[in-house]
Write a protein that binds this ligand. Structure first.
Ligand code: SF4
Length: 427
């Protein structure tokens, strides 16, 4: 077990933060079982700060852990089946649609492939040292939910011959497709090629870095030519910029998905336990989402009112008007030594100002406690970065004010929100 350094966290890689140790738990595809979520909630309540943080790759994070509690935590995470291969603790980023298998726009349910890919990654020592941020994505349809470019991604396309997957590396489309039966082999082989080419050219083992090297895409495609077919269509990719929040129909008769807002991507242990119990009671399933939220999939329509009411009173609103939609904040001064502001507190203050209002399309506000910008999401409507003298505020990528007080910055962002809503109203 590694403890304390400046590395990317895992379960066996606990990072020291201002509020104690922080660990990250891999949840491939965000597909978590109700009892697993409940187990992590119990651990957070007993040994951490009482929250479960959902990451932008749909993994889980616990923070505020004391050194002495680390061992029992690791044991219980392993017992819950969330550390199936200690060597692959940080080979964890497998992204998919959080409504996979429930989405009428889907060409194919990608979840069996997620499980297959995870299992095969864990069987190979070649991937033990894969960069902890390296990410695989498999989407079963035309919608992508992760803003970042994944290192290796497949997106389903419906061709006459059946479902195929369009193959991309570091966000660059290869121009080739792979059939379902070869999809996992293709991803594993591509990852190995990325490792090899990065090593040869002294590049970081990331899809984007490798694919920028002259001739790299051709080398990879040539090496995988037995698995690939030239694509007759353009990739269907459509990025969904906004969190889904509300009650959504599913492909399953009489069943809906309930998708609450999770303020700042942090579930309390009590909220997580409620969600897990609801999933068990109604034979539903749970997924963590790349917008740092949670999906209670496939609930009988008639039961939804019984669930939405209690969720709302616990702080997990499903009406999209709790003010938190689109707002992200880093750990800030409560959790990070580097922070120059209480960004979480300021994010909550902004949400309180926006409470009860609709959200303009694409509304995204990022709060970061320092220049490192851990909360950054590209294309944000407003970006607030704390400095020694106050916030720098950028709107649509352009700085508009610097060294401003939290009140000034929040007023400006709230006014922007109002203006954007008014513009929509007059259109
Ligand atoms: S942006 Fe700065 S303050 Fe916030 S978590 Fe990252 S390093 Fe810490």
């Amino acid at each position: 077990m590694k403890v304390g350094g400046q590395f990317c966290p895992g379960v066996l890689h606990a990072v020291s933060a201002k509020d104690g140790l922080l660990i990250r738990i891999r949840v491939p595809g965000g597909l978590i079982e109700a009892d697993q979520l409940k187990a992590v909630a119990g651990l957070s309540r007993a040994f951490a700060d009482g929250y479960l943080e959902i990451t932008s790759r749909a993994n889980l994070q616990l923070r505020g852990i004391q050194d002495r509690d680390l061992e029992p935590i690791v044991e219980r995470i392993a017992m819950a089946g969330l550390l199936p291969s200690p060597q692959h603790d940080r080979v964890r980023n497998i992204v998919t649609s959080p409504i996979a298998g429930l989405d009428s726009e889907e060409v194919i349910d990608p979840r069996p492939l997620i499980h297959e890919l995870d299992q095969q990654l864990r069987e190979e020592n070649a991937f033990v040292d894969l960069h902890p941020k390296f990410s695989f994505a498999i989407y079963g349809g035309t919608r992508r939910f992760s803003r970042s470019n994944d290192d290796i991604s497949l997106e389903a396309v419906g061709l006459n011959a059946g479902p195929y997957f369009s193959f991309s590396i570091g966000g660059a489309c290869s121009g080739f497709v792979v059939k379902r039966g070869d999809a996992v082999d293709c991803m594993l082989a591509a990852a190995k090629m990325c490792i090899r080419l990065a090593k040869e050219s002294n590049l970081p083992v990331r899809g984007k870095a490798v694919v920028m090297a002259p001739g790299a895409m051709k080398l990879i495609v040539d090496a995988l030519s037995h698995l690939l077919t030239p694509s007759p269509v353009s990739p269907p990719s459509r990025l969904v910029e906004e969190a889904l929040i509300g009650i959504y129909p599913t492909t399953q008769n009489g069943r809906v998905s309930i998708i609450p807002s999770v303020p700042l991507g942090r579930l309390t242990a009590e909220q997580a336990i409620y969600l897990a119990d609801a999933a068990n009671e109604w034979k539903s399933d749970l997924r963590l989402s790349p917008w740092r939220g949670v999906v209670l999939g496939s609930i009988p329509k008639g039961a939804s009112d019984n669930i939405v009411g209690p969720l709302h009173s616990m702080g997990l609103s499903c009406d999209g008007r709790d003010g938190f939609r689109g707002i992200a904040a880093c750990a800030g001064s409560s959790g990070c030594e580097a922070s120059l502001a209480d960004v979480r507190g300021d994010a909550v203050s902004l949400a309180h100002r926006l409470l009860g209002h609709a959200v303009p399309s694409g509304w995204t506000v990022n709060f970061s406690g320092c220049e490192k910008q851990c909360a950054q999401r590209h294309g944000a409507t407003a970006e607030l970065i704390a400095g020694p003298l106050g916030y720098t505020l950028s709107i649509a990528g352009s700085p508009v004010a610097s060294d401003c007080s939290p009140e000034f910055a929040l007023d400006a962002v709230a006014a922007l929100h109002q203006n954007l809503l008014s513009e929509v109203a007059v259109q």
